[in-house]
Design a protein around this ligand. Structure first.
Ligand code: MTE
Ligand code: MO
Length: 329
């Protein structure tokens, strides 16, 4: 249900800051801009403003990249670049309210990572700075705890932005600046990075950005890596999530997607942004069987059969790519 911190994938676009930033966590400062009373706040001050916990799926947009036949550059993840995590901190809207509210005309929430940038390069070309639409303010959090423990450096301690339902890159680690802005940042990671670029094309700001996650599921067991299965009864289980919408339903196929049966959810429901575990019982006769799962979210979006081809291998939610052939004897 919850991914232990030491098993959650780690993804860095730049070398992480020095571990010394954790030596006095409460002294960490974040600049809040684009509010009526902009100022710097320490983590100590944030802790006095509010406290909530949210469970979210943190997933790199490159999760599922390994299924692209075009072999995009980047880690060829199958399903490992995702986890479901409990985050504790203060809602961003509480922070904004305490500073007089969002300034007029602001349309984005822009977060900046606290990495030290090397000298001699244009900061805009490497800085980890991302903008999400202002509507994300409804659920966004500034968090200092993960799964009940202080946030580790690897996962963005001492302070991280969490944008529930949005792809991994928007969840800025070691955040040092949070600005409500009228336009998207012109940092390269926003303007040209993380764009869904058609095959053969070059990234440009007109292409869709990697923002909200799409509805997705996969089967965790049985798995072909565990070898040949014994014929008979089996519990087929996995995880499903809806991105910004709760997941509502999962169907499972044991014949490669020709016929489907509805699975049932089990385990706790930790809210719209968490994944749900699903299970279905099946009887598998000897032979080879292709197992697939297909989720539907509360808005009626159905996990698609096919991936959307793109240069960098982002946002793969294809149920067909995630289907697995198991051998039964
Ligand atoms: N400051 C900062 N934040 C960042 C990144 C980064 O390189 N620097 N990487 C992003 C990407 S691409 C992903 S997928 C997630 C990974 O979070 P994790 O390392 O805690 O799993 O963090 C995001 N936030
Ligand atoms: Mo990512």
């Amino acid at each position: 249900m919850i991914t232990p911190s030491d098993q959650l994938y780690v993804r860095n676009n730049l070398p992480a800051p020095d571990a010394s930033i954790l030596s006095d966590r409460d002294a960490w400062e974040i600049a809040i801009e684009g509010v009526k009373q902009p100022r710097r706040l320490t983590l100590r001050e944030l802790k006095a403003l509010g406290l909530e916990t949210v469970a979210t799926v943190l997933q790199c947009s490159g999760n599922g990249r390994g299924f692209f036949p075009s072999k995009p550059s980047g880690t060829p993840w199958s399903v490992g670049a995702a986890g479901c995590v409990l985050w504790s901190g203060v809602p961003l809207k509480t922070v904004a309210r305490s500073l007089g509210g969002v300034a007029d005309g602001m349309l984005y929430v822009t977060g900046t990572g606290g990495e030290k940038l090397p000298e001699g390069v244009d900061p805009k070309s490497i800085i980890v700075e991302r903008s999400v639409p202002l509507k994300a303010l409804a659920d966004a959090m500034l968090v200092w705890e993960m799964n009940g423990a202080p946030l580790t450096l690897a996962h963005g301690g001492p302070l991280r932005l969490i944008v529930p339902g949005y792809q991994g890159v928007n969840n800025i680690k070691y955040i040092k600046r949070l600005a409500f802005t009228a336009t998207e940042t012109d940092a390269k990671i926003m303007s040209h990075g993380y764009r869904v670029t058609p095959p053969g094309g070059k990234a440009d700001p007109s292409q869709p950005s990697v923002l909200e996650m799409g509805v997705k599921s996969w089967i965790n067991s049985p798995h072909p890596d565990s070898g040949t299965l014994a014929a008979g009864a089996v519990q087929i289980h996995g995880v499903a999530f809806g991105g910004v919408h709760a997941v509502k339903k999962v169907e499972v196929s044991v014949d490669g997607g020709r016929t489907w049966r509805e699975a049932r959810f089990f385990g706790p429901d930790l809210g719209a942004f968490a994944w749900r575990q699903f299970v279905i019982d099946a009887t598998l006769p000897p032979g080879s069987h292709t197992l697939a799962s297909r989720a539907t979210d509360a808005a009626g979006n159905v996990q698609p059969e096919l991936r959307v081809e793109n240069v960098s291998g982002y946002s793969n939610t294809s149920w067909d790519d995630h289907a697995m052939k198991v051998n039964v004897a």
